[in-house]
Design a protein around this ligand. Structure first.
Ligand code: AMP
Length: 191
């Protein structure tokens, strides 16, 4: 199995690169942001509750996202592996993910971090807000999300660095070029 966390701040390109990884390695995509947005669209109780957090650029409670991920791992039996995108978002979620994977006799292969500088992230997110109408990409919320990323989410990288399950890739440039770097880094790590 190849179980990856595609990691990086909002706007780093995790969604785009996840799609490519899924195609190449036959993996299942688990994006907590996307799952939560679907719950919101379908107006489920989880979605209604989650939108209160998402609209303010803050994290949805751990129990909620861990339950959503658990349900997907239960549903997906025999597969090649997963790309976790937007999860784990803090150390508690990272610990929960490790335990959860162990419960299914799996383990995390690697965290792949996409590195993109702050000013580039801001312009990408504001553009996404215009193009996709994501309310949490509006300028006031964007800054809050990036601050939260630095303070609460970034430490997840150290957690996996300490387990020697960490690589980082420059997230600036053409999408295909970045993807080639990610694949090369994963393959080198697995040698
Ligand atoms: P994303 O699409 O990953 O940028 O997520 C959009 C929003 O959904 C975030 O700003 C959070 O409010 C919420 N969210 C997504 N993933 C998580 C998570 N793992 N833990 C808590 N909240 C999350």
């Amino acid at each position: 199995m190849l179980n990856l966390i595609l990691f990086g701040p909002p706007g780093a390109g995790k969604g785009t690169q996840s799609t490519k990884l899924i195609e190449k390695f036959g993996l299942t995509h688990l994006s907590t942001g996307e799952i939560l947005r679907n719950e919101i669209t379908e107006k489920t109780p989880i979605g209604i509750e989650a939108s209160k957090y998402i609209d303010h650029g803050i994290l949805v409670p751990d129990d909620t996202v861990i339950a959503l991920i658990t349900a997907r791992l239960v549903q997906n039996g025999n597969i090649n592996g997963y790309v976790f995108d937007g999860f784990p978002r803090n150390i508690s979620q990272a610990i929960a993910l490790d335990k959860l994977l162990a419960r299914f006799d799996h383990s995390l292969t690697l965290l792949v971090a996409l590195e993109v500088e702050y000013s580039e992230l801001i312009s990408r997110l504001l553009l996404r807000s215009k193009n996709e109408g994501r309310t949490d990409d509006a300028s006031a919320v964007v800054e809050k999300r990036l601050k939260l990323y630095r303070e609460v989410t970034e430490p997840v990288m150290c957690y996996y660095k300490n387990k020697n399950k960490f690589i980082s890739v420059d997230g600036l440039g053409e999408q295909d070029e970045i993807f080639a770097k990610i694949v090369a880094a994963i393959e080198k790590y697995r040698l």
